[in-house]
Design a protein around this ligand. Structure first.
Ligand SMILES: C[S@@+](CC[C@H](N)C(=O)[O-])C[C@H]1O[C@@H](n2cnc3c(N)ncnc32)[C@H](O)[C@@H]1O
Length: 228
C-alpha cells in the first residue's frame, strides 16, 4: 500500500479459474453495470445495425454476452475466455436462456486464442482489461479482430486515486455481496488502470480511432469505429 502518493497498480491473477470464485461470480447480481454496458453501447453507436458477428473478449460467465444478444436479436456472439470454470457457468446460462444458436463459447487465452471468424464488425469486452498483466495484448487483439468500420466497445474498472476511495467504492457497491466477491472487487480495483494509463496504451498501440472516457465512479469506456 502506498500511503503518500496515488494508488499504485497491483496486478491480480489473469484467469478466474477457481471453482468457488466462478460460482460466486455466476450467482452475483451484476444487472446494474451489465445493463449499463448494453445501454451505453446503444448510445455510443446509436443507429448502428448490429446484425452480424460480435466478438466478446473475456466473456466469463456470459452475463454481458447474454444481455447483449437479447438487446440485439440479429447478431451472433462469439465469447472467448481462458477459464474452464467460468465457461462451465457460461454454457449453462446460455443453454438455460435458449440462446445456444446465437452464442458460441470457446476456451482460449488472449492473445493466442483463435476465434471462429478472422475479423468482426463488433468487438466488445467487459472487465477483461484489468486482468491482463500485459494490457497491450488487449489492444493487439482488438486491432486484429476489428474489421474496417467495426464498432469497438471496451468497458472496465478505473483504479481509484487512494485506498480511502477504494474502500468507499467497495462499501457503496459491494457491501451486500459475499466476502469472496468483496475480496475480488478490491483486488480488481487495485489491478485496474487509470484513464491516463489507458490513453497511453492506446497511443502505444497506434489506435488513434479509439477514445477513453470515464462513465461512472468506477468505470471507463474505450470506444470507437475503425475507419472503413
Ligand atoms: C471480471 S471477469 C469478466 C467476465 C465478463 N466479461 C463479465 O463482464 O461478466 C474477467 C474474465 O476474463 C478472463 N480472462 C482473464 N485473462 C484472460 C486472458 N488472457 N484470455 C482470456 N480470458 C481471460 C477471466 O478468466 C474472467 O473470466
Amino acid at each position: 500500500m502506498n500511503e503518500t502518493g496515488p494508488l499504485q497498480r497491483t496486478p491480480e491473477p489473469e484467469l478466474m479459474d477457481g471453482e468457488a470464485q466462478a460460482r460466486a461470480y455466476a450467482e452475483a447480481d451484476f444487472s446494474e453495470p451489465h445493463d449499463q454496458f448494453v445501454t451505453l453501447f446503444g448510445e455510443f453507436f446509436s443507429g448502428l445495425a448490429v446484425d452480424g458477428g460480435v466478438a466478446d473478449l473475456g466473456c466469463g460467465t456470459a452475463d454481458v454476452t447474454l444481455r447483449f444478444a437479447r438487446a440485439f436479436p440479429d447478431c451472433h456472439v462469439d465469447g472467448v475466455d481462458g477459464s474452464t470454470a467460468m465457461l462451465a457457468h457460461a454454457r449453462a446460462a446460455v443453454s438455460t436462456a435458449g440462446l445456444d444458436a446465437r452464442i458460441s463459447l470457446l476456451e482460449g487465452r488472449i492473445p493466442e486464442a483463435v476465434l471462429p471468424a478472422a475479423t468482426y464488425p463488433v468487438v466488445i469486452s467487459n472487465s477483461l482489461l484489468h486482468h491482463l498483466h500485459r494490457p497491450g495484448v488487449m489492444w493487439a487483439t482488438v486491432d486484429r479482430l476489428a474489421e474496417p468500420g467495426a464498432a469497438v466497445f471496451v468497458m472496465d474498472l478505473l483504479r481509484p486515486a487512494s485506498e480511502a476511495e477504494l474502500e468507499r467504492l467497495v462499501t457503496t457497491h459491494a457491501a451486500g455481496e459475499p466476502e469472496i466477491l468483496q475480496r475480488d472487487f478490491r483486488a480488481s480495483l487495485h489491478a485496474a488502470f487509470t484513464i491516463d494509463e489507458v490513453e497511453a496504451q492506446l497511443r502505444d498501440a497506434d489506435l488513434d480511432w479509439l477514445d477513453a472516457v470515464v462513465v461512472s465512479d468506477r468505470h471507463l469506456v474505450v470506444s470507437g469505429q475503425r475507419p472503413g
